[in-house]
Structure formats: C-alpha cells, structure tokens
Design a binder for this molecule. Structure first.
Ligand SMILES: [Zn+2]
Length: 123
C-alpha cells in the first residue's frame, strides 16, 4: 500500500496515482503524474510526506523539479502506464462498506424476528 499526498489539496491518500477523494483531482498530465509519484512513500519519508502535505495546504510547497523531470522521462517511455493512470477510478469511500455491514445486520435481525414469529405461530 502506497501512502501519498494529493498534489492539489495536500490530503493524504492511498496510492500516488489514485484520484483524490477529498478534492476529486484526477491526474491527466504526465507532469502531474510525476509530481504525484514524487509525493509518495516510495520517494519520501513519512516525515517528508507530512511536511509536504502541510506546505501544499499552505500553498508554499515547491516540487523538486529535477526529480519530477526524471520521473516524467520514465512515464513518457511508458504510454500504457500513463493511459492506465488516466483511467483510474477513486476507491469507494470507507463508509460505503460500513453502510453495507449495517444493512446486512438489519436484514439478519429481521430474518431472525420473522423466523421467531413463524415458530410461535406454528405452535
Ligand atoms: Zn486533493
């Protein structure tokens, strides 16, 4: 699992190239993809990521343009990867799963209740 920071709003996210679940920013340009890769735990320490997130939120973050240029070259050599990144969808928000679990519990309780009534009625 890759920890990364959104290059637009500074939110923490999982995966350097996934769309941001806070601001919805999607990576379209190769330059943005390279910047996003530079802001992942592959290339940054956890402290570095935290500092970058703070600076992006404050609007003072400066990317290391040399590092970004190197990553851009790699990406330009791999158009298939670039295409895949462009088509990435945002992961479902965690409360989606929670809601599903709650719904399952409610359905189970209702089934048990119906079964009890049925048993009483039979006797
Ligand atoms: Zn964002």
């Amino acid at each position: 699992m890759t920890m990364a920071v959104c290059i637009k709003c500074g939110a923490r996210k999982i995966g350097a190239w996934t769309p941001c679940h806070i601001c919805g920013f999607r990576l379209e340009q190769i330059e943005d993809m390279a910047r996003a890769a530079a802001l992942s735990d592959h290339l940054q320490s956890p402290e570095g990521l935290r500092a970058a997130a703070r600076e992006i939120k404050a609007g003072t973050y400066a990317f290391e343009e040399e590092q970004v240029a190197v990553i851009m070259k790699d990406l330009e050599a791999d158009p298939k990867l670039v295409e895949r990144v462009r088509n990435l969808r945002a992961p479902p928000p965690p409360w989606g799963i929670l809601r599903l679990v709650v719904r399952l519990i409610i359905v189970t309780l209702m089934a048990l209740w119906a079964w009890r009534i049925f048993e009483q009625w039979r006797m």
